[in-house]
Write a protein that binds this ligand. Structure first.
Ligand code: SAM
Length: 258
Protein backbone atom coordinates (compact mmCIF):
# COMPACT_ATOMS: atom_id res chain seq x y z
CA UNK A 1 0.00 0.00 0.00
CA UNK A 2 2.71 2.50 0.94
CA UNK A 3 4.25 1.66 -2.46
CA UNK A 4 1.28 3.13 -4.31
CA UNK A 5 1.68 6.44 -2.48
CA UNK A 6 5.50 6.39 -2.74
CA UNK A 7 5.13 6.75 -6.50
CA UNK A 8 2.88 9.79 -6.29
CA UNK A 9 5.11 12.17 -4.33
CA UNK A 10 5.86 14.73 -7.08
CA UNK A 11 2.32 14.83 -8.46
CA UNK A 12 0.94 15.24 -4.95
CA UNK A 13 3.17 18.20 -4.22
CA UNK A 14 1.97 20.14 -7.25
CA UNK A 15 -1.38 18.71 -8.27
CA UNK A 16 -3.52 18.34 -5.15
CA UNK A 17 -5.96 20.97 -3.86
CA UNK A 18 -5.02 23.10 -0.86
CA UNK A 19 -7.41 22.88 2.07
CA UNK A 20 -8.81 26.33 2.98
CA UNK A 21 -7.27 27.88 6.10
CA UNK A 22 -10.78 28.49 7.50
CA UNK A 23 -11.33 24.75 7.85
CA UNK A 24 -8.55 24.59 10.43
CA UNK A 25 -9.84 27.62 12.38
CA UNK A 26 -13.29 25.98 12.34
CA UNK A 27 -11.87 22.70 13.71
CA UNK A 28 -9.59 24.37 16.26
CA UNK A 29 -12.64 26.23 17.59
CA UNK A 30 -14.18 22.85 18.48
CA UNK A 31 -11.48 21.75 20.92
CA UNK A 32 -11.19 23.47 24.32
CA UNK A 33 -7.46 22.71 24.52
CA UNK A 34 -4.81 23.17 21.85
CA UNK A 35 -1.84 21.14 23.05
CA UNK A 36 -1.64 18.40 20.46
CA UNK A 37 -3.11 17.60 17.04
CA UNK A 38 -2.46 14.39 15.11
CA UNK A 39 -2.77 14.38 11.32
CA UNK A 40 -2.96 10.77 10.15
CA UNK A 41 -2.01 9.77 6.58
CA UNK A 42 -0.40 13.20 6.44
CA UNK A 43 1.25 12.69 3.03
CA UNK A 44 2.84 16.00 2.03
CA UNK A 45 1.80 17.40 5.41
CA UNK A 46 -0.39 20.23 4.16
CA UNK A 47 -3.06 19.66 6.85
CA UNK A 48 -0.38 19.20 9.56
CA UNK A 49 1.24 22.47 8.47
CA UNK A 50 -2.05 24.38 8.78
CA UNK A 51 -2.73 22.78 12.18
CA UNK A 52 0.66 24.14 13.30
CA UNK A 53 -0.99 27.59 13.33
CA UNK A 54 -3.52 26.45 15.96
CA UNK A 55 -1.90 23.73 18.10
CA UNK A 56 1.26 23.87 20.26
CA UNK A 57 2.40 20.56 18.79
CA UNK A 58 1.32 18.64 15.73
CA UNK A 59 2.29 15.09 14.83
CA UNK A 60 1.91 14.08 11.20
CA UNK A 61 2.11 10.34 10.59
CA UNK A 62 2.17 8.22 7.45
CA UNK A 63 2.99 4.70 6.30
CA UNK A 64 4.91 6.13 3.33
CA UNK A 65 8.41 7.29 4.15
CA UNK A 66 8.86 8.93 0.74
CA UNK A 67 5.79 11.12 1.28
CA UNK A 68 7.18 12.23 4.65
CA UNK A 69 10.59 13.07 3.16
CA UNK A 70 8.91 15.79 1.11
CA UNK A 71 6.49 16.99 3.79
CA UNK A 72 6.11 20.69 4.53
CA UNK A 73 8.23 21.76 7.47
CA UNK A 74 6.78 23.82 10.33
CA UNK A 75 8.43 24.53 13.70
CA UNK A 76 5.50 22.98 15.59
CA UNK A 77 5.08 19.91 13.36
CA UNK A 78 7.00 16.64 13.69
CA UNK A 79 6.56 13.77 11.29
CA UNK A 80 6.65 10.11 12.25
CA UNK A 81 6.80 7.09 10.01
CA UNK A 82 4.24 4.49 11.10
CA UNK A 83 4.68 1.26 9.13
CA UNK A 84 1.76 -1.19 9.30
CA UNK A 85 4.00 -3.41 11.45
CA UNK A 86 3.97 -0.79 14.26
CA UNK A 87 1.86 -1.93 17.20
CA UNK A 88 -0.96 0.26 18.54
CA UNK A 89 0.80 0.44 21.93
CA UNK A 90 3.95 1.72 20.28
CA UNK A 91 1.96 4.30 18.32
CA UNK A 92 -0.01 5.46 21.38
CA UNK A 93 3.28 5.90 23.27
CA UNK A 94 4.84 7.82 20.34
CA UNK A 95 1.85 10.14 20.21
CA UNK A 96 2.07 10.98 23.91
CA UNK A 97 -0.16 8.40 25.57
CA UNK A 98 -3.89 7.87 26.07
CA UNK A 99 -6.11 10.98 26.33
CA UNK A 100 -3.37 13.20 24.94
CA UNK A 101 -4.66 14.34 21.55
CA UNK A 102 -7.02 17.32 21.20
CA UNK A 103 -7.71 16.97 17.49
CA UNK A 104 -7.25 14.06 15.08
CA UNK A 105 -7.49 14.90 11.39
CA UNK A 106 -7.46 12.60 8.38
CA UNK A 107 -7.43 14.33 5.00
CA UNK A 108 -8.28 12.24 1.94
CA UNK A 109 -6.90 9.09 3.59
CA UNK A 110 -9.29 7.44 6.08
CA UNK A 111 -10.83 5.21 3.39
CA UNK A 112 -7.44 3.43 3.13
CA UNK A 113 -7.34 2.56 6.82
CA UNK A 114 -8.40 -0.54 8.72
CA UNK A 115 -11.34 1.41 10.17
CA UNK A 116 -12.24 -0.63 13.31
CA UNK A 117 -8.55 -0.70 14.32
CA UNK A 118 -8.04 2.99 13.58
CA UNK A 119 -11.21 4.17 15.35
CA UNK A 120 -10.34 2.13 18.42
CA UNK A 121 -6.91 3.80 18.48
CA UNK A 122 -8.48 7.24 18.07
CA UNK A 123 -10.80 6.54 21.02
CA UNK A 124 -7.77 5.74 23.14
CA UNK A 125 -5.70 8.79 22.28
CA UNK A 126 -8.39 11.48 22.07
CA UNK A 127 -8.62 13.72 25.11
CA UNK A 128 -11.82 13.03 27.04
CA UNK A 129 -13.74 15.21 27.31
CA UNK A 130 -13.06 17.68 24.52
CA UNK A 131 -11.13 15.73 21.88
CA UNK A 132 -12.44 15.81 18.30
CA UNK A 133 -11.78 13.73 15.19
CA UNK A 134 -12.39 15.17 11.73
CA UNK A 135 -12.05 13.27 8.47
CA UNK A 136 -12.55 14.67 5.00
CA UNK A 137 -12.12 13.80 1.37
CA UNK A 138 -12.84 15.09 -2.11
CA UNK A 139 -13.76 13.16 -5.21
CA UNK A 140 -14.57 15.38 -8.15
CA UNK A 141 -13.69 18.70 -9.59
CA UNK A 142 -15.94 21.20 -11.25
CA UNK A 143 -14.44 23.50 -13.83
CA UNK A 144 -16.56 23.72 -16.94
CA UNK A 145 -19.11 21.36 -18.49
CA UNK A 146 -16.70 20.47 -21.33
CA UNK A 147 -13.73 19.69 -19.10
CA UNK A 148 -15.86 17.90 -16.50
CA UNK A 149 -17.17 15.63 -19.27
CA UNK A 150 -13.65 14.62 -20.33
CA UNK A 151 -12.56 14.08 -16.71
CA UNK A 152 -15.68 11.99 -16.07
CA UNK A 153 -14.85 9.78 -19.05
CA UNK A 154 -11.27 9.38 -17.76
CA UNK A 155 -12.60 8.34 -14.34
CA UNK A 156 -14.90 5.82 -16.05
CA UNK A 157 -11.90 4.21 -17.79
CA UNK A 158 -10.12 4.15 -14.41
CA UNK A 159 -13.00 2.30 -12.68
CA UNK A 160 -11.61 -1.24 -13.23
CA UNK A 161 -8.38 -0.14 -11.55
CA UNK A 162 -10.02 1.41 -8.48
CA UNK A 163 -9.16 -0.10 -5.15
CA UNK A 164 -12.26 -1.38 -3.34
CA UNK A 165 -11.34 0.92 -0.45
CA UNK A 166 -11.82 4.07 -2.53
CA UNK A 167 -15.54 3.25 -2.85
CA UNK A 168 -16.22 5.32 0.31
CA UNK A 169 -14.58 8.26 -1.43
CA UNK A 170 -16.64 7.89 -4.60
CA UNK A 171 -19.74 7.79 -2.41
CA UNK A 172 -18.71 11.09 -0.83
CA UNK A 173 -18.17 9.35 2.58
CA UNK A 174 -21.96 8.93 2.87
CA UNK A 175 -21.42 5.22 3.59
CA UNK A 176 -18.28 5.62 5.68
CA UNK A 177 -18.65 4.16 9.19
CA UNK A 178 -18.03 7.00 11.66
CA UNK A 179 -18.82 5.90 15.22
CA UNK A 180 -18.49 9.30 16.94
CA UNK A 181 -20.97 11.74 18.44
CA UNK A 182 -21.82 14.68 16.22
CA UNK A 183 -20.22 18.06 16.92
CA UNK A 184 -22.27 19.79 14.24
CA UNK A 185 -19.90 19.35 11.29
CA UNK A 186 -21.25 16.32 9.46
CA UNK A 187 -22.08 12.98 11.04
CA UNK A 188 -22.26 9.31 10.03
CA UNK A 189 -24.37 9.09 6.85
CA UNK A 190 -24.56 12.88 6.55
CA UNK A 191 -21.22 14.41 5.65
CA UNK A 192 -20.92 18.17 5.53
CA UNK A 193 -20.55 19.29 1.88
CA UNK A 194 -17.64 21.68 1.31
CA UNK A 195 -15.80 23.16 -1.65
CA UNK A 196 -12.11 23.70 -2.30
CA UNK A 197 -11.38 26.32 -4.96
CA UNK A 198 -7.92 26.15 -6.53
CA UNK A 199 -6.20 28.14 -9.25
CA UNK A 200 -4.68 25.52 -11.50
CA UNK A 201 -2.44 25.43 -14.50
CA UNK A 202 -3.01 22.76 -17.13
CA UNK A 203 0.12 20.99 -15.83
CA UNK A 204 -1.45 21.12 -12.33
CA UNK A 205 -4.70 19.44 -13.41
CA UNK A 206 -2.70 16.77 -15.26
CA UNK A 207 -0.73 16.08 -12.10
CA UNK A 208 -3.90 15.90 -10.05
CA UNK A 209 -5.36 13.33 -12.46
CA UNK A 210 -2.07 11.44 -12.62
CA UNK A 211 -1.91 11.22 -8.81
CA UNK A 212 -5.32 9.49 -8.66
CA UNK A 213 -4.73 6.05 -7.12
CA UNK A 214 -6.64 4.28 -9.93
CA UNK A 215 -4.62 6.05 -12.65
CA UNK A 216 -1.39 5.15 -10.79
CA UNK A 217 -2.54 1.54 -10.33
CA UNK A 218 -3.40 1.27 -14.07
CA UNK A 219 0.05 2.59 -14.96
CA UNK A 220 1.57 -0.07 -12.69
CA UNK A 221 -0.29 -2.67 -14.79
CA UNK A 222 1.03 -1.19 -18.03
CA UNK A 223 -2.10 0.82 -18.94
CA UNK A 224 -1.57 4.54 -19.48
CA UNK A 225 -5.01 6.07 -19.01
CA UNK A 226 -3.56 9.53 -19.55
CA UNK A 227 -2.55 8.71 -23.11
CA UNK A 228 -1.45 11.36 -25.63
CA UNK A 229 -4.99 11.40 -27.07
CA UNK A 230 -6.62 11.89 -23.66
CA UNK A 231 -4.16 14.67 -22.78
CA UNK A 232 -4.93 16.41 -26.09
CA UNK A 233 -8.64 16.12 -25.43
CA UNK A 234 -8.15 17.55 -21.94
CA UNK A 235 -6.04 20.40 -23.31
CA UNK A 236 -8.70 21.37 -25.83
CA UNK A 237 -11.39 21.24 -23.13
CA UNK A 238 -9.16 23.29 -20.80
CA UNK A 239 -8.82 25.96 -23.50
CA UNK A 240 -5.04 25.73 -24.06
CA UNK A 241 -2.06 24.52 -22.03
CA UNK A 242 -1.08 28.05 -20.91
CA UNK A 243 -4.40 28.93 -19.27
CA UNK A 244 -4.77 29.08 -15.47
CA UNK A 245 -8.32 28.31 -14.37
CA UNK A 246 -10.24 28.00 -11.14
CA UNK A 247 -11.07 24.40 -10.35
CA UNK A 248 -13.55 23.70 -7.55
CA UNK A 249 -13.19 20.37 -5.80
CA UNK A 250 -16.28 18.92 -4.13
CA UNK A 251 -15.31 17.90 -0.60
CA UNK A 252 -17.08 16.33 2.39
CA UNK A 253 -16.28 16.26 6.10
CA UNK A 254 -17.34 14.30 9.16
CA UNK A 255 -16.34 15.42 12.65
CA UNK A 256 -17.17 13.95 16.02
CA UNK A 257 -16.23 13.30 19.62
CA UNK A 258 -16.08 10.16 21.76
C1 SAM B 1 -4.41 10.52 -0.76
S1 SAM B 1 -3.04 10.73 0.33
C2 SAM B 1 -3.52 12.12 1.34
C3 SAM B 1 -2.36 12.85 1.90
C4 SAM B 1 -2.69 14.13 2.68
N1 SAM B 1 -3.40 13.83 3.89
C5 SAM B 1 -3.47 15.10 1.82
O1 SAM B 1 -4.59 15.45 2.19
O2 SAM B 1 -2.97 15.54 0.78
C6 SAM B 1 -3.26 9.35 1.41
C7 SAM B 1 -2.11 9.19 2.39
O3 SAM B 1 -2.49 8.19 3.36
C8 SAM B 1 -1.34 7.41 3.63
N2 SAM B 1 -1.81 6.14 4.19
C9 SAM B 1 -2.47 5.14 3.56
N3 SAM B 1 -2.77 4.15 4.42
C10 SAM B 1 -2.29 4.53 5.62
C11 SAM B 1 -2.31 3.95 6.92
N4 SAM B 1 -2.86 2.77 7.15
N5 SAM B 1 -1.74 4.64 7.94
C12 SAM B 1 -1.18 5.86 7.72
N6 SAM B 1 -1.13 6.46 6.52
C13 SAM B 1 -1.68 5.81 5.49
C14 SAM B 1 -0.62 7.32 2.31
O4 SAM B 1 0.73 6.95 2.43
C15 SAM B 1 -0.80 8.72 1.75
O5 SAM B 1 0.24 9.58 2.12
Amino acid sequence: MAGLFDKQVDDYLVGRPTYPKEWFSMLAALTPQHSLAWDVGTGNGQAAFSLGEHYEQVTGSDISESQLKHALQHPRVRYIHTPVSMSDDELVALLGGENSVDLVTVAEAVHWFDLPKFYSLVKQVLRKPGGVIAVWGYNASVTSPTLDGVVKRLYETAKPFRDRKTQYLWEGYRTLPFPFQSVGLGSEGEPLPLEIPKEMSFEGILRMLRSSSAVTAAKGQGVDLLSKEVIEELETAWGGADLVRTVTCKAFMLAGKV
